[in-house]
Ligand binder design. Structure first.
Ligand SMILES: C[S@@+](CC[C@H](N)C(=O)[O-])C[C@H]1O[C@@H](n2cnc3c(N)ncnc32)[C@H](O)[C@@H]1O
Length: 261
């Protein structure tokens, strides 16, 4: 997969040389190209921002450097990347979106700063490539760089061969499939007792069916405690009697009541 990242702070992306993503770059699974937006400016101060039309505080990123950058990184008439623009006003980034983006051949990330990028840049880019405006969450960062690092890591670990154990993504929180919309429960490793705290007995039992049941119970309890709104997304048809009891005991009797129906 090819990834182009355009930013006024290319040095922000040093972490992409480390760990799983760094290895994926070295083995050629990921071809990451980081570009300095200022190399498409033409004045002495390498200006990328200007005051907002209509007034108000802050500055806005000028369209000209962005236009030239996109023309050069993704020239007209050639292959077309999918452009991702991080912005708090975008669609929420989710595991499902990470999986969707992991299936692309080429992604182009445009990192905003200040009050964001002149809106005509996205409008114009949309005429020649698919563009998605994506939010990392309901908070405001100083720039798109951290958001892009997060997305690249979430997408990159889904690429074939990047994780040592490909199965580990299947059990992740938000993984598609049986545990969809459930947070992952607690995990443990050796030693079996540490500072007087024992690992739950069931995990040492070797009884795979009972372990799977325990993990699901813990996932349901954790989801109920930390993200109760996710319970509404569970398919009632996939909740068995035991699931409903766990949810009712966790304070969600509406799921328990379904048991009687
Ligand atoms: C200070 S923010 C601009 C916020 C903008 N004025 C607003 O309220 O929507 C500067 C840049 O940080 C990035 N950014 C900030 N918060 C983000 C979030 N929650 N998700 C994705 N990108 C974000 C975007 O690239 C944005 O252009």
């Amino acid at each position: 997969m090819r990834l182009d990242i355009i930013s006024i702070f290319p040095e922000y992306f040093a972490p992409l040389d480390v760990s799983l993503i760094g290895k994926a770059r070295r083995t050629g699974t990921l071809d990451v190209r980081v570009h300095d937006l200022r190399s498409w400016t033409h004045d002495r101060h390498r200006t990328v921002d200007d005051t907002p039309y209509g007034g108000g505080p802050g500055m806005v990123m000028k369209p000209e450097p962005w236009g030239e950058a996109l023309d050069e990184v993704a020239p007209a008439g050639g292959a077309v990347p999918r452009m991702i623009v991080p912005t708090p006003s975008g669609r929420p980034f989710t595991q499902a979106m990470a999986a969707e983006l992991a299936a692309e051949d080429w992604l182009l990330f445009a990192c905003g700063r200040y009050e964001g990028i002149d809106s005509r840049v996205v409008a114009e880019a949309s005429t020649r490539m698919p563009v998605s405006e994506v939010s990392l969450g309901d908070f405001v960062l100083a720039g798109g760089e951290v958001a892009v690092l997060v997305m690249v890591e979430a997408i990159g670990r889904l690429l074939p061969g990047v994780l040592g154990n490909a199965e580990s993504v299947a059990d992740d929180s938000f993984a598609p499939g049986a545990m969809e919309s459930l947070l992952e429960g607690p995990v443990y490793t050796k030693p079996p007792e540490w500072r007087g705290r024992a690992v739950p007995e069931i995990l040492l039992s070797g009884n795979h069916g009972a372990i799977a049941r325990w993990r699901r119970d813990e996932a349901l309890r954790r989801t109920a405690a930390h993200r109760p709104e996710l319970l509404g997304r569970l398919d009632p048809g996939k909740l068995d009697k035991h699931d409903r009891k766990v949810l009712a005991d966790a304070g969600f009797p509406e799921h328990g009541e379904d048991m009687a129906n």
